[in-house]
Write a protein that binds this ligand. Structure first.
Ligand code: FAD
Length: 492
């Protein structure tokens, strides 16, 4: 009597593989399509989902529900307190709606794979056809391997192979058909589902009124906004992306990550649209567009890594030898890092940007992760966790990958002896101190290049008067300590 599409982190109508399959089945049988989303506070807790991301997801669901409703497709949303009940509940709903077909896109994290394996078993027991789809990556994990038939652990050859694959298999860049109106009469058969309300934010993930308003302004929800941002970025910024992307003042990157994370934008759409803007080339026609495509590909890369080495979901380093690195346990220093009070202006500006915007620039993500794990010698997992708890784009694979890179414990990492010097990073990527002045008001009156290092460049009095802390560590000494500790663990 109906086909069900189960939404997860694919909250969009356009270019959604499983949704498109569900519609095809509905058309073939001329039966209604129903869509469902389960809110799981326990999942939010287990995966450290930030309140900003929960809020963004719920706002996106509201927009999605409106868009679906215009096509006469209902979106039914309910909360399940216990995540172990989700598979059973999905099957129960299919039975209630007399649906013999269930479609969903796969998620590759271990918890999600286990959940979906349970759905497969339950569907088989109840005579429901479950069709899972690969959707989140442009190139499906498992399709690329080295000459020796292994999974790549280094990005550059992987990216070459990714490009080659797409040239040889252009169908991977074909976008799914836009959904039309519901082929069945859902308005009559499932009228009550159209009245379904999106649940309120779970009590453990609420935002203050101020934060709610700010995030709504910074990140309007839904796929229309994602498309608008993508087009604007490609038109106005992408051409210079290869030269400007690391510069901290202004907005030189797309800020599309929140939309990718909840699935309001597909990586395929991003690559196809950038390719079109690049005169339809997937090679080095214009550096800006190709560089941006290669960044979107990093997202695929880390997902391929996750699928091949799922143990990284278990709080483990990609490199087993990194387990032996001796960490410090100075919680005051950790707190100073979290609060943006380390006395290193670039680090503090970045951490305050994160608190205020629930987002941080990629360059400073690298700077602060290196600072935490090398200058402070604190276990990178504390930082990884803090990021997830605060980022609106918190995404396990990319976050784990980024932290593995910055702390030199991950796949294709920064070599351990390349330790970012916060001062050099600051001078290079925020030459006039504009970014620092924006986020660290205590330093707003500091003139010239003293902004990068106020206490040793003659601006100590202003910094002190305004309560800006002195550096909590000395970079050169911390660097030596990190080199020794990393060397002893990684070169055994
Ligand atoms: P753009 O520069 O416009 O790039 C476009 C898209 O490409 C991004 O939206 C993102 O989906 C993808 N992308 C770009 N760089 C990377 C990268 N290095 N790794 C993976 N994907 C990338 N990204 C997240 O989406 N979620 C995270 O939780 C996350 N945590 C990170 C933690 C650390 C320590 C580091 C170093 C990086 C992390 N990143 C994460 C990657 C990157 O910083 C963000 O994707 C990027 O800053 C988002 O801004 P943007 O959308 O303007 O990116």
């Amino acid at each position: 009597k109906a086909v069900v599409h189960w939404f997860k982190t694919d909250l969009r109508l356009q270019d959604n593989r499983a949704l498109s399959t569900a519609l095809q089945i509905a058309k073939e049988h001329q039966i209604p399509l129903i869509t469902v989303y389960i809110v799981s506070p326990e999942d939010f807790e287990a995966h450290l989902t930030s309140p900003a991301r929960v809020d963004f997801t719920l706002r996106t669901l509201k927009q999605l529900q409106r868009d679906l409703s215009e096509l006469d497709i209902p979106l039914y949303v309910e909360t399940q307190e216990k995540r172990r009940n989700i598979p059973g509940r999905i099957v129960e709903l299919c039975q209630k709606w007399e649906a013999k077909h269930l479609c969903a896109n796969l998620e590759y994290e271990v918890d999600e794979l286990r959940r979906d394996a349970k759905v497969v078993r339950l569907c088989a027991d109840h005579d429901i056809n479950f069709t899972p789809s690969h959707d989140t990556c442009v190139v499906t994990p498992g399709m690329l391997s080295t000459g020796a038939g292994k999974q790549y652990a280094v990005y550059t050859p992987w990216f070459r192979s990714w490009l080659r694959f797409l040239k040889e298999n252009p169908d991977y860049l074909e976008l799914s058909e836009d959904p039309g109106t519901n082929p069945g009469n859902a308005r009559k058969d499932f009228a009550d589902l159209f009245d379904c309300k999106i649940p309120e934010t779970p009590s453990n993930k609420t935002l203050s009124d101020d934060e709610m308003k700010r995030f709504e302004e910074l990140y309007p929800a839904g796929e229309h906004e994602a498309t608008r941002r993508l087009e604007k970025f490609l038109k106005e910024k992408c051409g210079d992306y290869d030269t400007n992307r690391s510069m901290l003042p202004g907005e030189n990157t797309s800020v599309l990550s929140p939309y990718f994370a909840c699935g309001a934008l597909s990586a395929r759409t991003a690559v196809v649209t950038a390719k079109q803007a690049n005169k339809n080339h997937l090679d080095r026609y214009d550096q800006g567009h190709m560089t941006w495509i290669s960044e979107v590909a990093w997202r695929d890369f880390y997902r391929h890594v996750l699928v091949h080495w799922p143990f990284i979901c278990m709080n483990k380093c990609f490199k087993p030898e990194a387990t032996d690195i001796e960490w410090e346990y100075d919680m005051e220093q950790f707190q100073a890092w979290c609060d943006g009070k380390t006395g290193f202006p670039i680090v503090d500006a970045a951490m305050r940007q994160l608190k205020h915007c629930a987002w941080m620039h990629n360059r400073t993500r690298m700077v602060v992760s290196s600072f935490l794990s090398k200058d402070l010698m604190l276990d990178w997992r504390r930082g990884e966790r803090f990021f997830m708890e605060h980022l609106i784009d918190g995404d396990f694979a990319s976050n784990h990958g980024g932290w593995g890179f910055g702390s030199s414990t991950g796949v294709d990492p920064q070599p351990y002896f390349r330790i970012f010097n916060p001062l050099r990073q600051s001078e290079r990527f925020d030459p006039d101190g504009e970014y620092i002045r924006r986020w660290v008001p205590e330093l707003r009156d500091v003139k010239g290049n003293a902004i990068h290092e106020p206490y040793s460049r003659g601006a100590g009095a202003i910094a002190q008067k305004n309560g800006y802390p002195k550096p909590i560590v000395e970079h050169a000494a911390s660097r030596d300590r990190a080199l020794a500790r990393y060397k002893s663990a990684l070169q055994k």
